[in-house]
Design a protein around this ligand. Structure first.
Ligand code: NAD
Length: 247
């Protein structure tokens, strides 16, 4: 089945690289108009890739923790394209440290991007989706939010928080045909995980039943499915993309 997103407008946060970049390319490949955000100007290069391939894309420099910047992205998108169908809350960071050594700023920074960013972006798109009586909100959690990981109490709290946030919102907005789901990747080969040594990566891979790290394409395909008409009866769910880890 080929997923068709033509006529849909999708906002993807943190789309300059990794999972966000690939999600933008995959959704655009399925026919969506994509709106890409990143903290700096780097999403513009990905938007140019989409346009060069014949798609429609717009890029913004916008920190997801900055309410005004987020509002500007949403207002400009709806003014320009007349609708907003899909939000992918992808922007995320880590600041790893054992709890006793964790500084307040490591805690605050991770909460601001991963959890407050998800809250601000979702709240900003919701008015348009409620008026449309349709919408897809897809947030990227992590296996760490489900099972924990030493040195990542801050990150795990945000990724578990995204699951609770999404399950509550799914119930709030279901009557307006808006679905709210979570994708929980395992270990995915991106810049975020490239600092892990090759020995550690091999160790991880041996603990993954499918025997390899995931790719941004693996995650983007799941997001594309949840954004499509094929997933219209799925809401409040967590879809693990982890090669069978902890299954
Ligand atoms: P990455 O570091 O390669 O990319 C993160 C993107 O988010 C970048 O474009 C960055 O500029 C953007 N970003 C960071 N803070 C931002 C902010 N405040 N405002 C706007 N944009 C911001 O990471 P990735 O591996 O592609 O991860 C993407 C998402 O997937 C994250 O939420 C991450 O937690 C999650 N995830 C990743 C893995 C993995 O193994 N790579 C596993 C589970 C979950």
């Amino acid at each position: 089945m080929r997923l068709d997103l033509s006529g849909k407008v999708a906002v993807i946060t943190g789309a300059s690289r990794g999972i966000g970049r690939q999600t933008a390319l995959t959704l655009a490949g399925a026919g969506a108009t994509v709106v890409l955000t990143s903290r700096g100007d780097a999403a513009a290069a990905v938007a140019a890739e989409v346009t060069a391939a014949g798609g429609q894309a717009l890029a913004f420099a916008a920190d997801v923790a900055d309410a005004e910047a987020v509002q500007h992205v949403v207002e400009t998108t709806t003014a320009r394209f007349g609708r907003l169908d899909v939000l992918v809350n992808n922007a995320g960071i880590t600041r790893d440290q054992l709890l006793l050594r964790m500084k307040r700023e490591d805690w605050d920074a991770v909460l601001a991007t991963n959890l407050t960013g998800t809250f601000l972006c979702t709240q900003a798109v919701l008015r348009t989706m409620l008026k449309q009586r349709s919408g897809r909100i897809i947030s990227i959690s992590s296996v760490v939010g489900q099972s924990g990981n030493p040195g990542q109490t801050n990150y795990a709290a945000t990724k578990a928080g995204i699951i609770g946030f999404s399950k509550a919102l799914a119930r709030e907005v279901a009557s307006r045909s808006i679905t709210v789901n979570v994708v929980a990747p395992g270990l995915i080969d991106t810049d975020m995980t490239r600092d892990i040594s090759s020995d550690a990566q091999a160790n991880w891979a041996s603990a993954i039943p499918l025997g390899r790290l995931g790719t941004p394409e693996d995650v983007a395909a799941a997001v594309c499915f949840l954004a499509s008409d094929a997933a219209g009866y799925i809401t409040g769910q967590v879809l693990a993309i982890n090669g069978g880890m902890y299954a």
